[in-house]
Design a protein around this ligand. Structure first.
Ligand code: DQA
Length: 147
């Protein structure tokens, strides 16, 4: 069975109460439930990791290389400045799909740049919790296209 790790970066543990006008009121555990349900429909296995610490996320990506087929990653603000995260994504040899709840291209200028996007399989941004479901579908699609 295909295994996909869903990784969330800084402050995403606060979803539900964090800037609801931007991110809505859905919580991270609501999102996990939705993703788990979709994964069940696709015969895939999902696991979840969230950290507010850059190094812990780098470690989780390294671990995923040996235990998962793909990663769906919302790096939070690390998206915009973390070279170590970018290098980790580039190093692990499995596809990583970058996702965002908000449309990062339509917000402050600094959010329009993603340091990790060039080494990801692709980016999905702006669809709220649905971004994670689209991210899962994209990861499965990329894996399906692999020889
Ligand atoms: C975010 C967008 C980032 O710019 C921000 O720092 C976040 C959340 C999103 O999902 O829309 O923490 O990744």
């Amino acid at each position: 069975m295909i295994k996909v790790l869903i990784v969330n970066g800084p402050n995403l543990n606060l979803l539900g109460t964090r800037e609801p006008e931007v991110y809505g009121v859905v919580t991270l555990s609501d999102i996990e439930e939705l993703v788990r349900e979709r994964a069940g429909m696709r015969n895939a296995e999902v696991s979840f990791f969230q950290s507010n610490h850059e190094g812990a996320i780098v470690d989780a990506l390294h671990d995923a290389a040996g235990s998962c087929d793909a990663v769906v990653l919302n790096p939070g603000a690390l998206t915009h400045y973390s070279y170590s995260l970018r290098d980790a994504v580039a190093s692990i040899g499995i596809p990583v799909v970058e996702v965002h709840l908000s449309n990062v291209a339509a917000r402050e200028e600094f959010r329009a740049t993603s340091i990790v996007a060039p080494v990801c399989a692709g980016q999905i941004s702006g669809f709220g919790a649905e971004s994670y479901l689209l991210g899962l579908e994209a990861a499965l699609s990329v894996l399906g296209r692999r020889p």
